[in-house]
Design a protein around this ligand. Structure first.
Ligand SMILES: Cc1ncc(C[n+]2csc(CCOP(=O)(O)OP(=O)(O)O)c2C)c(N)n1
Ligand SMILES: [Mg+2]
Length: 819
């Protein structure tokens, strides 16, 4: 692949200075008279009404949280309520011009943004579109309680439906947007362009860029807005999301017809507080969030500070910035100044700020200020404003009352298995769009495809084992599966560090660079949170994505994105969303403590992830095929020790055609009646060596089962084998303490108790750091350890002389020391 970006010494070593341009602060100056040319009286009234609706919605929550009652309705709301009283103008201004194609992501404090965006969508959608949405959304579950006795307009019904769905979600009702499984901090409603709100501070900062990426890659209309707080701008994943959004390649290397820079606005809802900490003057140094733009790209992210206490100023900014994005010049940063009058949550006594400060912001209250502006300029009559406020307040109250009523708005039954049913979507989806997948060449002409044609797919060839150079490898299996899906699903993309010209971190993608345009396979920055976050955002929008992390140890860098985002959005959506992300993670060796740890136990522990670890070419291809046809997040672990291993078990070899291996099925790699050895990862090959020794020296036939799947996992074949042999040894390269194999041992003890001759024995790596390559034999399980463990803990091997100490006494001693 020719390199197109040349680094010229004369240029990069030249003397000079970086020029910055001014970043505007509250530049908006239009008078209401000027604005009358842009807005109708009805627009002004709507802006006002939306602000009042949010104020009332939040006030009710505040009252019931503090007093347990509001206007005669008593209710105990157990969950959180992070209210945005004071921030209404910023929310309404943000949403006013956005369409349903424009998608917002938010934070724990997003009730106001949700409502504003919903109200705006309801105004813009036609009656028939609204009816379609209300009737089809969860088969009308939210509509039924609201439409009873309703004889108003469709828009009025939609307003009720929407406010009701929001309260229902906050109150954990089955009739909430997401069946009550999201709750206050996660509520969203995609049909109106309202995407997940995130209880992790800054969580949306890494997800939203993936949504913007989806729009560019798939040529979809609209922009994306990440509404996050001022304190969130210190979070690493937010910076990584900004970096991801600002990559030059969208404009320098990608097909210009895709539209250029990512269409995303990072909108800081700048209320000057975290919980009690103050970014300005205490916990940050940039003084203006808008300043951050200057460090990101030459356009300085088109950053501006806008007055979020004036809805017209915010609308003006969003109008202008949306145009910037549609012209391909994204990303954009807005520093929208606002203030939260309410506490961080209703229990907050505001000990961190003065009464005077709150009083001054109350004086400047955006709702009253806007009212005065409209009335004093004779733009809208005061009585019209007041009657509009009264009517929206009564709708909000009615919907609160309906949502608080347990008969009209029940919760999912506490003894139901509903949550089980939404943990995974378990669908088989060939493709997420019907258009023709984009390729740069005919697949048959691809050099890698041609090279693989010459490889041997069987364990033996002409009576001899196949030499490594000629063997169809695990690397080839993953490549073939990915190429297949790239050719079927036009939305499928892959990205990560060194994914393109390098050929993927470990050369799995060699050949794909020639086959795929930039936007389907690209390099990202070295920013694991940004990578996984963008993958999640891309999938939330309805695209399939394969992201790669170079080493399992780097999962720590994307901890939140893997553990809280990738894993949880399907279930938190109450089954509305799918998450077709395959996260390829290579498990290292030879590179020491920070590059060689198997973290299968960590991902297994997190609900909502499928976790697999294939270690043969046959399994790698079949399982990658299954992962890429599914709709769930799959952690696809791959061992660096094994990438070039050929097939050693499947006598028919690895099929050239398409096949799938179900992601739950262990595989019996060798049959035997005397002992069961269950493995995960490369330990399969260690176990086979041990099994050979058992056969040769002790005439014992071990059954060797490779787990392949960690979660979900079908225990039946394991139980069948253990009941047959009465003995089981479990082995993996993960450190022994808390490993997947320990969970299996505990479960097999219960499932096979009456058939066991001895307790299951687990062998893992030592509970240490992984030492240097030259010392790895003291860390990773060796065949000798397996024999010694069998001898000491399962049954004596006659005449066996243990070489290592695998006794129970030693196990206790190490545990006491924590090693
Ligand atoms: C990763 C993370 N750390 C801490 C918290 C606890 N927390 C919730 S909100 C909040 C303050 C956030 O401030 P900001 O981002 O400015 O948003 P605001 O609350 O002001 O809207 C904190 C510390 C959290 N939810 N997530
Ligand atoms: Mg804040």
């Amino acid at each position: 692949m020719p390199k197109t970006i040349i680094i010229e010494p004369e240029k990069v070593l030249a003397r000079g200075a970086i020029q910055f341009s001014d970043i505007p602060l509250n530049a908006y100056r239009n008078s209401i008279e000027q604005e009358r040319t842009r807005y109708t009286s009805e627009d002004f009234l709507n802006i006002w009404r939306d602000m009042c609706a949010i104020r009332e919605f939040e006030t009710i929550l505040n009252e019931i949280k503090i007093k347990g009652t509001y206007k005669g309705v008593t209710y105990n709301h157990a969950g959180p309520a992070h209210l945005s009283i004071g921030q209404e103008a910023a929310a309404v201004g943000m949403a006013f011009t956005l369409t349903s194609d424009d998608h917002i992501f938010g934070s724990h404090r997003s009730h106001g943004e949700i409502l504003a965006k919903g109200f705006s969508a309801i105004r813009q959608l036609s009656d028939s579109q609204l009816l379609d949405i209300m009737k089809s959304y969860r088969n009308g579950a939210l509509l039924r309680p609201v439409e009873k006795g309703h004889d108003g307009t469709v828009k009025d019904l939609a307003l009720r439906f929407f406010i009701y769905g929001a309260y229902g979600e906050i109150f954990a009702r089955d009739t909430g947007f997401n069946r009550g499984l999201g709750g206050s901090m996660h509520a969203f409603f995609a049909p109106f362009g309202i995407y997940p709100n995130n209880a992790i501070v800054g969580g949306s900062g890494s997800l939203a860029p993936g949504a913007a990426l989806y729009k560019r890659v798939n040529r979809k209309p609209g922009i994306v807005v990440a509404n996050i707080g001022d304190a969130a701008f210190a979070c690493g994943p937010v910076w990584e999301g900004i970096t991801f959004s600002a990559m030059d390649q969208y404009r320098t290397l990608w097909d210009p017809s895709l539209g250029g820079g990512l269409p995303i606005i990072f909108n800081c809802m700048n209320n000057f507080y975290g919980m009690g900490g103050q970014p300005l003057g205490e916990t940050s140094g940039q003084q203006f969030v808008a300043r951050i733009g200057a460090g990101v790209n030459p356009e300085q992210m088109h950053a501006e500070r806008v007055n979020g206490y004036d809805p017209l100023s915010v609308i003006d900014a969003f109008r202008r910035k949306k145009q910037v994005l549609l012209e391909g010049h994204g990303p954009v940063l807005l520093d929208t100044v606002t203030y939260r009058i309410s506490g961080h949550s209703p229990s907050d006594a505001s000990s961190y700020r003065s009464k005077e400060e709150i009083e001054r912001w109350l004086q400047a209250d955006s709702i009253r200020a806007f009212q005065n502006k409209l009335v004093e300029s004779d733009t809208v009559a005061e009585n019209l404003l007041e009657s509009s406020r009264e009517s929206i307040k009564s709708i909000v109250f009615d919907m609160f009352q309906l949502a608080a009523d347990l008969v009209a708005s029940p919760r999912i039954p506490i003894d139901s298995e509903l949550v089980s049913s939404v943990m995974f979507s378990n669908r088989h989806i060939e493709k997420f769009d019907d258009r023709k997948p984009e390729f740069l060449q005919d697949i048959a002409d691809n050099p890698r495809v041609q090279q693989i044609k010459g490889k041997i797919r069987t364990p033996m060839h002409e009576g001899k084992p196949v030499p490594k150079m000629k063997a169809y490898s695990i690397r080839d299996g993953i490549f073939e599966a990915m190429l297949h899906r790239f050719a079927v699903d036009p939305t499928m993309i892959a990205f990560g560090e060194e994914n393109r010209d390098w050929g993927g971190a470990f050369a799995v993608y060699r050949g794909l660079t020639e086959a795929l345009p930039y936007h389907r396979l690209f390099n990202s920055a070295i920013a694991e949170a940004g990578i996984v976050g963008a993958a999640v955002g891309y999938a939330l929008e309805g695209g399939r994505v394969v992201a790669e992390l170079m080493y399992a140890d780097f999962m720590g860098r994307a901890g939140d994105e893997i553990f809280n985002q990738l894993s949880k959005w399907q279930s938190m959506s109450g089954g509305q969303l799918v998450m077709p992300v395959v996260l390829r993670i290579s498990v290292g060796a030879k590179y020491g403590a920070q590059h060689s740890q198997d973290w299968s136990a960590l991902v297994n522990h997190i609900p909502g992830l499928k976790v697999v670890y294939p270690v043969t070419p046959y399994d790698a291809k079949g399982m990658m095929n299954a992962a890429l046809a599914g709709s769930d997040p799959v952690i696809f672990l791959e061992s660096q020790k094994l990438y070039d291993f050929g097939e050693m078990f499947e006598e028919q070899g690895v099929p050239e055609g398409y096949y799938e291996i179900e992601l739950s099925e262990p595989s019996v790699k060798r049959k035997g009646n005397d002992l069961t050895i269950i493995t995960l990862g490369p330990a399969l090959y260690t176990a086979v060596t041990a099994a050979d020794e058992l056969a040769e020296k002790f005439s014992l036939a071990a059954e060797v089962i490779d787990l392949r799947s960690v979660n979900p996992l079908n225990y039946d074949p394991l139980v069948e084998s253990v009941r047959k042999t009465g003995k089981v040894l479990l082995v993996s390269d993960a450190v022994e303490r808390g490993s997947v194999m320990q969970t299996l041992a505990a479960n097999l003890t219960q499932l096979c108790f009456d058939h066991l001759d001895a307790p299951p024995a687990v062998v893992g790596s030592r509970n240490w750091i992984t030492p240097a390559a030259e010392l790895e034999a003291m860390f990773f399980p060796q065949a000798a350890w397996l024999l010694d463990t069998i001898h000491e803990r399962i049954f004596p091997l006659s005449g066996h002389q243990p070489r290592t100490n695998q006794t129970l006494g030693e196990l206790s001693r190490r545990a006491r020391l924590g090693v």
